[in-house]
Design a protein around this ligand. Structure first.
Ligand code: SF4
Ligand code: SF4
Length: 153
């Protein structure tokens, strides 16, 4: 009986260890640059580096067209009327540029687990925005397009 209880305790400890290991194998928010900014779907139209009504990007220069529904890994939220001059020298491939009309929040990401406010890849308990959770309004650079019937606004 005592031995059986000991086995149970060891089983529980083992389960906790495995659970902790599974959690810790997720990627920290800081590694994937997890952010949660208000009133945006993280598109070029809201990026401080966008120019010409978000049809050009300061980083790519004046000769490479983009769209307001684009985004990339360098997205920075627009603030006020700041106008960044053309810098140029970066390509769409280098910046990870892509276009998705519905935007790039966690609520539109294949990895999002809405019922648990969690992510299949990113550790919700790691330091960063939204302590203890991954929110539908968040975003990170591991975003992946979701099937339409699964989307959460
Ligand atoms: S391509 Fe990237 S850096 Fe350029 S405007 Fe769009 S989000 Fe901003
Ligand atoms: S749900 Fe997608 S965008 Fe949000 S943290 Fe996870 S991988 Fe990143």
């Amino acid at each position: 009986m005592g031995g059986k209880n000991l086995d149970s305790v060891q089983y529980i400890r083992c389960s906790i260890t495995l659970f902790t290991m599974a959690e810790s194998t997720k990627i920290p928010k800081s590694v994937v640059l997890y952010i949660h900014k208000r009133n945006t779907f993280y598109q070029c139209r809201d990026c401080v580096l966008a120019k010409a009504q978000a049809n050009r990007c300061a980083l790519m220069g004046a000769n490479i067209p983009i769209k307001p529904i684009g985004t990339c890994g360098a997205w920075l939220q627009r603030k006020g009327n700041i106008e960044v001059p053309f810098i140029g020298g970066y390509t769409k491939e280098e910046l990870g540029y892509e276009e998705v009309p519905e935007g790039y929040s966690c609520g539109h990401c294949e990895e999002f687990l809405p019922g648990e406010k969690d992510c299949k890849k990113v550790d919700k308990h790691s330091p960063g925005d939204d302590p203890g959770s991954i929110e539908s309004g968040g975003c990170c650079n591991r975003w992946e397009k979701q099937n339409e019937h699964e989307e959460v606004s």
